[in-house]
Design a protein around this ligand. Structure first.
Ligand SMILES: [Zn+2]
Length: 451
């Protein structure tokens, strides 16, 4: 990443980067460290047809520049047994741009940023964090970054009345053109430190503003008054210790026929041909829809819980390990589809945002432990939906028992054990896309309500 050299010592990378989350970095000024947050504000962008085409051309050119730099670096190493540093790479990018009219369609800072990107990729390889940078294909190079200048936001206006009200703005990216942005949230325009335009594989375009903010003073949360334990599972996505549960909508499984069809069709097309690209885009759209559906549901669940509770107790799951242990293909798919890591990250974020507390407790034997007497029920299998304690005779729903055990491990004892389970009323949701009926796309799915 590129920061002005005078003020930055190093950037701090979260080990588990969250999309749309914050990354912290430490600033050294006047003999003191201060923590600033780099926060991403992402907006959907709508270009005209011409602008969209220009963006695609520029991405191709940037990809070519990246590959040229990679090639130059390899030659340099073969001849002189040395690698180029960041400044040399950036200078090389600028020189190439000067010499080659093709590269001149790129804004100069964007060209430099391509060099930075290659440099970062190579450093990650040197640090043993990634594979050796490879030659990129045009369909893999999907974003351009304007580090400081070259962009302007103007004509911010409100459109539509009441429910249809939207805040729109016009963004000009130098050498590319104009985009209409939908500003669905406030953007602190003064603190924007760079702008990134990203073409998603599905063809959607997003503009991401990186904003440097002083780290919000985390309000020292008061003693939590109430707590909720959440047990994640496949049959029921989330079971709360108050007896409510969220059915697992299994979005991928529901779209699986269609995804398979597209995947098969893609594999029959010639690699990188127009038809291949077209099918690739359709497949990406399908996956993006599934992802959006999931995130939408998780965010709504998070908002609901964070409104009602002060403390969230989750189990510290090793999702990857869980998936590897999955015996059947179907179970592994369902684990992927349930996206435990994502739901956990979103719930945590929602609580932390409101200054509330999240506790992750050990996940060991949560399903087998009896909430009442604390002893282990060894004979419990994955198929048993009801927990039946052989020691004290306590009987409860399996997942509900687990969520209560979680709560107890965090030091909370609920006053009463919920007697019966009730579903969380449907959260207003995107819903899954209506499928066209007939043909190979026919799908038999049970009627579905989110929540
Ligand atoms: Zn018991």
């Amino acid at each position: 990443m590129l920061w002005s050299r005078s003020d930055i010592l190093y950037s701090f990378q979260n080990l588990a980067p969250s999309r749309g989350g914050d990354s912290k970095r430490y600033k050294y000024t006047l003999g003191k460290y201060s923590v600033t947050c780099v926060r991403a504000y992402r907006f959907r962008a709508y270009p005209s047809k011409t602008t969209a085409r220009v963006l695609e051309t520029q991405l191709e050119v940037a990809c070519k520049l990246y590959n040229t730099l990679l090639h130059a670096e390899q030659e340099e190493y073969e001849e002189n047994k040395r690698t180029m540093n960041k400044t040399e790479l950036r200078q090389l990018a600028l020189d190439l741009r000067k010499q080659n009219p093709e590269f001149q369609v790129l804004h100069s800072q964007v060209a430099q940023q391509v060099a930075d990107r290659f440099y970062e990729a190579r450093q990650r390889f040197f640090d043993g964090l990634a594979n050796k940078p490879k030659k990129k294909k045009p369909h893999q190079y999907l974003s351009l970054v304007y580090p400081q200048s070259g962009w302007r936001l103007s004509n911010t206006r409100d459109v539509g009345l009441g429910k249809n009200n939207k805040r729109k703005a016009r963004l000009r990216l130098s050498k590319i053109g104009f985009f209409t942005l939908i500003l669905h949230r406030e953007l602190p325009l003064e603190q924007v430190c760079r702008v990134c335009v990203k073409l998603n594989p599905s063809g959607r375009i997003h503009v991401i503003f990186l904003v440097e903010e002083p780290e919000s003073q985390e309000q020292q949360s008061e003693e939590p008054k109430n707590a909720v334990g959440v047990d994640l599972g496949i049959a029921r996505l989330a079971t709360l210790s108050d007896g409510r549960y969220l059915e697992n909508p299994k979005p991928l499984e529901r779209s699986l026929d269609r995804v398979r069809l597209l995947q098969r069709s893609l594999s029959r097309k010639r690699f990188l041909s127009n038809n291949w690209l077209k099918t690739k885009r359709r497949l990406a759209k399908e996956h993006e829809h599934i992802k959006d559906f999931r995130r939408d549901l998780f965010f709504k669940l998070g908002a609901l819980l964070a409104q009602e509770y002060d403390l969230l107790v989750l189990e510290d799951l090793n999702t990857q390990g869980l998936i590897q242990k999955g015996v059947t293909k179907r179970r592994r798919l369902r684990l992927h589809d349930s996206a435990f890591s994502e739901i956990r990250r979103i719930l945590e974020w929602q609580f932390v945002k409101r200054g509330k507390t999240v506790l992750a407790v050990s996940a060991y034997n949560t399903s087998r432990e009896c909430f009442l007497c604390g002893r282990i029920n060894q004979s419990l299998t994955l198929e048993d939906r009801i927990f039946n304690c052989p020691h004290c005779g306590f009987t409860l729903d399996r997942d509900l028992n687990a969520s209560l055990v979680l709560l107890r491990r965090a030091g909370w004892v609920p006053s009463a054990v919920p007697v019966e389970l009730r579903p969380i009323p449907p959260l207003p949701s995107l819903g899954l896309k209506k499928r066209r009926q007939g043909g190979a796309l026919k799908q038999e799915a049970p009627p579905f309500r989110a929540g």
